[in-house]
Design a binder for this molecule. Structure first.
Ligand SMILES: *[C@@H]1O[C@H](CO)[C@@H](O)[C@H](O)[C@H]1NC(C)=O
Ligand SMILES: *[C@@H]1O[C@H](CO)[C@@H](O)[C@H](O)[C@H]1NC(C)=O
Ligand SMILES: *[C@@H]1O[C@H](CO)[C@@H](O)[C@H](O)[C@H]1NC(C)=O
Ligand SMILES: *[C@@H]1O[C@H](CO)[C@@H](O)[C@H](O)[C@H]1NC(C)=O
Ligand SMILES: *[C@@H]1O[C@H](CO)[C@@H](O)[C@H](O)[C@H]1NC(C)=O
Length: 202
């Protein structure tokens, strides 16, 4: 009886842990198909593990810390880049912000509200929300996003490219992003991050 139960248990565990998942990175589980080395996971879903920290690399190789992974929804959330408050520049401004390669299985999900800071006046012609009650103002007022400069917010929905959050000198020079933004929440309840979604293998 005992060996039977054991063998059932064993077959269940081996069935439930799918092909070749990578080892933990620090304390973070790395579920299949995410891959930290060429010999585990699926190499198309490349992340890296540096000093016990799981990282996502953009096109251009700027790295973003992975904050959470939800294998059931094929999503992960990365940390937005640091904003230097003295210059009001995001640390990835030199690469024109965040961008994912065209052939990557990852894209930017529709749950992201992007807030752009230090924007030039010509941005007002675009469909962004740059009004005095735009959500980005709540951050700007707290000094987080470059006080007294034009800021704009937008929901990264299907009308936008899902592979880029674009910055440029002469446009906007800094950004942050909030997942599942709800208008009535206060800033300390905001979930700062950029949610990415991946297409499962086959
Ligand atoms: C690794 O991370 C720890 C804690 O985050 C930090 O104190 C240490 O300096 C890091 N080491 C390297 C080589 O980056
Ligand atoms: C990014 O890194 C990969 C592999 O490490 C390399 O092949 C690629 O040329 C790098 N891309 C840029 C833009 O530096
Ligand atoms: C801008 O955002 C605020 C707060 O979410 C909203 O009340 C307002 O209607 C938006 N304005 C435009 C033009 O979308
Ligand atoms: C941010 O805004 C200030 C004032 O408008 C400007 O001098 C500065 O160059 C801007 N930063 C960038 C990187 O565009
Ligand atoms: C992003 O990828 C997911 C799954 O891979 C797909 O369902 C979704 O339509 C894509 N989103 C956009 C805006 O392309």
């Amino acid at each position: 009886m005992v060996p039977l139960i054991l063998s059932i248990l064993l077959s269940l565990t081996s069935y439930a842990s799918p092909l070749n998942a990578c080892p933990k990175c620090g304390t973070t589980q790395v579920p299949y198909p995410l891959s930290t080395t060429p010999d585990c996971g699926n190499p198309n879903y490349k992340l890296s593990c540096n000093n016990h920290t799981l990282l996502f690399s953009s096109a251009g190789n700027f790295t973003y810390k992975v904050l959470t992974i939800s294998p059931n929804t094929n999503t992960l959330i990365i940390q937005p880049p640091i904003i230097d408050q003295s210059t009001c520049q995001s640390s990835d401004l030199g690469l024109n912000g965040f961008r994912i390669e065209d052939d990557s299985p990852f894209n930017i999900s529709k749950s992201n509200t992007v807030m752009l800071f230090n924007c030039s006046e010509n941005i007002l012609l675009s469909p962004l929300n740059c009004s005095s009650i735009s959500p980005c103002r709540l951050l700007a007022e707290q000094g987080i996003g470059c006080r007294n400069r034009l800021c704009c917010s937008y929901l990264k929905d299907s009308s936008m490219t899902s592979r880029q959050i674009r910055l440029r000198i002469g446009g906007c020079s800094a950004y942050t992003c909030v997942v599942d933004f709800k208008p009535r929440q206060t800033v300390d309840a905001w979930n700062f991050g950029i949610e990415l979604q991946w297409l499962p293998p086959n």
